[in-house]
Design a protein around this ligand. Sequence first.
Ligand code: TRP
Length: 328
Amino acid sequence: MTRIFSGIQPTGTPHIGNYFGALRNWVALQEDHECVYCVVDYHAITIEVDPTALRQASRNMALDLMACGIDPQRSIMFIQSAVPEHTELAWILGCVTSYGDLTRMTQFKDKSAGRKFISAGLFTYPILQAADILLYRTQGVPVGEDQVQHLELSRRIARRFNSRFGEFFPEPDPIVGKGARIMSLADPTIKMSKSAGEAHYIGVMEDEKSIQKKIRSAVTDTGLTAGEEMSPGVATLFEILELSTEMLGDTSIVSELKADFGAGKLMYSHLKDAVFENLMAVLRPIQARRAELAASGKVDEILAQGAEKARVIARENIAKVRELAGLG
Ligand code: TRP
């Protein structure tokens, strides 16, 4: 069974773009892979965050993951800093990482732009990411398009380690899931994201009334005549409808409404109602599970167990790395 690793930053509640683009794939991969899922708090401190808020955000993200369907019985789920071997391996891998390669990381360029203080950690972030992945001798990494460059660097790091110290790490392959890249409903020319502001995303755990309001006020167009190309706002609504109905197992409404659209007689209010109903049918059970899990008060215990399982693998692999590298 191949091993999968992925990480997510504890940056507040996930939106439906995160859910359809990534988390849903994480859940599906549990069926036939050994999955290791990590809330990456060491990565989160590369920029300034409030410590109390961070600790809470990490636990909240773990609850969100479980509510979305990550099963801590089947998968290993933990908070990164509970397994300090991540940072030990990061140091070692830093010594087989090319400085020049790091300077080419577009995420560093984006994230450092406009900052007064740019930490060295922000620059070496991709080394820690490689350590996350390689520590478990991972074969597959479900990631979005934006992480493909980091993953390519992880592969290069694995190769350089192997050629310098001896074959040990598999080169991890990216698993780019059925790439749902959902656009903002308030401005369908930009990607759905939290950083763009409240109007630009729908949270997985968001209140039903608030979701309804955002869908109702989604940007469309003034109505197209038959045969005209779909505007980006309408396309986004159709995409959310398609993703939701796929999960629910009956996409017939999509073909119906597309036929109406093609004939130039689709009422956008009708489309929006369908989007709302079907999306809520996906989100309601997730939200209910989230409430249940939070009330159970078990998250710390579950995370401690996950960290223990992760450490068993991490300790074994770091011991081998130390031996290969002549350390200790
Ligand atoms: N850099 C990833 C992001 O910003 C998060 C991450 C950290 C990650 N470590 C990872 C993703 C390891 C995949 C594998 O989304």
